[in-house]
Design a protein around this ligand. Structure first.
Ligand SMILES: *Cc1c(COP(=O)(O)O)cnc(C)c1O
Length: 338
């Protein structure tokens, strides 16, 4: 293993010792094995390639203050992948097998878990694909479940920084009764082009409205929408086409713990300037404050011009404090790998 400069890590793929791989055939999963090569030998007619039978998850392992390594809420990712597998007719990965796979692969790559204090973590990426051949449109008869890991650095180097977002009314990400609520690669493919358009215009993130009326807020391209009202409530969107973010669940619980009321309801875009703080939330970054949103050439202010609002900052510090073992883990979210 080459020495890693922990302080210059970003969010990019890096090879590690190995990944773990399981194959499902004739109705059962095998025992799984650690595989050194980062390549798979896949049938050219695999359904993952042609018909989009491809689900993924994202979670992190942290090296805590006490030196131990833990995964953050892996059962939640396991349960979400079960929902995705059912909707896309793929073989289900049992929760125990999923968590065990994450544990085994992190244990085999402990050298790649960034040291406590660097702000980094080991990103864990489970992947479930239809690997059996099929030309007629039908579910595959063979599935492959992989968990790969790669070390990532802190997103913020010195305090939370706000970004500007844009609503592109010419694009939708997910239909109300479609696949927006499950974590499949196809949803990301649908959002790549508008993402490039947004970036060209100078916006790092896009906010999607509901595909039917373009009236209600759904979520950002890869993260949920949350807002803090001027009277101090936590508001997040209710919609059938958003992905249930585990970070959002975590933040809701921490808000309740801190005495902040939580409202999960449809949020109209028209309300956007009523909020004191707005953010995108997800595993990779925890929270990204959004202080301005463009729609149709008009700018809407959604947070303090510089820095980050106080409630978002408090919630962010609470999540990270638990993940790095600096605050008590009262909800039992950290799962030791050893
Ligand atoms: C993965 C994902 C999120 C964030 O979910 P977390 O569990 O918090 O990482 C949000 N929106 C979409 C569309 C996603 O795919």
């Amino acid at each position: 293993m080459k020495p890693i400069d922990w302080n210059s890590l970003g969010f990019a793929y890096m090879d590690t010792n190995c990944h773990i791989r399981y194959v499902w055939r004739d109705g059962a999963w095998d025992e799984g094995e650690l595989v050194v090569s980062p390549y798979i030998n896949l049938h050219i007619a695999a359904t993952a390639l042609h018909y989009g039978q491809a689900a993924f998850e994202g979670l992190k392992a942290f090296r805590r203050k006490d030196g131990k390594v833990s995964l953050f809420r892996p059962e939640e990712n396991a349960k979400r992948m079960l929902v995705t597998a059912e909707r896309t007719c793929m073989a289900p990965v049992p929760v125990d097998m999923f968590v065990d796979a994450c544990r085994r692969v992190v244990k085999a790559n402990l050298d790649y878990v960034p040291p406590y204090g660097t702000g980094g973590s080991l990103y864990v990426r489970p992947l479930l694909i239809g690997s059996g051949e099929q030309i007629g449109v039908a579910p595959a008869e063979e599935y492959t479940f992989i968990v790969l890991v790669t070390p990532v650095g802190p997103y913020y180097k010195g305090g939370l920084q706000a970004v500007k977002a844009i609503v592109l009314d010419g694009y939708d990400r997910a239909a109300p009764q479609g696949t927006g609520h499950i974590k499949i690669g196809g949803n990301y493919a649908a959002a790549l082009y508008p993402h490039l358009l947004a970036k060209e215009k100078g916006y790092p993130v896009e906010l999607y409205l509901d595909a039917k009326e373009h009236k209600w807020i759904d979520e950002f391209a890869t993260s949920n929408f949350l807002a803090i009202t001027k009277d101090g409530k936590y508001v997040t969107t209710k919609s059938s086409s958003i992905l249930p973010s585990i970070t959002n669940l975590t933040l809701q619980q921490l808000a309740k713990d801190a005495g902040i009321p939580v409202e999960i309801r449809p949020v109209a875009f028209d309300e956007i300037e009523d909020f004191a703080e707005v953010a995108a939330c997800g595993t990779a970054v925890v929270v990204t404050p959004v202080n301005e949103i463009e729609r149709g050439g008009k700018m809407y202010r959604t947070g303090p011009e510089i820095g980050c609002g106080p409630v978002l900052e408090q919630l962010y510090n609470s999540v990270q404090g638990i993940q790095y073992g600096e605050l008590p883990d009262v909800h039992g979210w950290n799962v030791d790998v050893e």
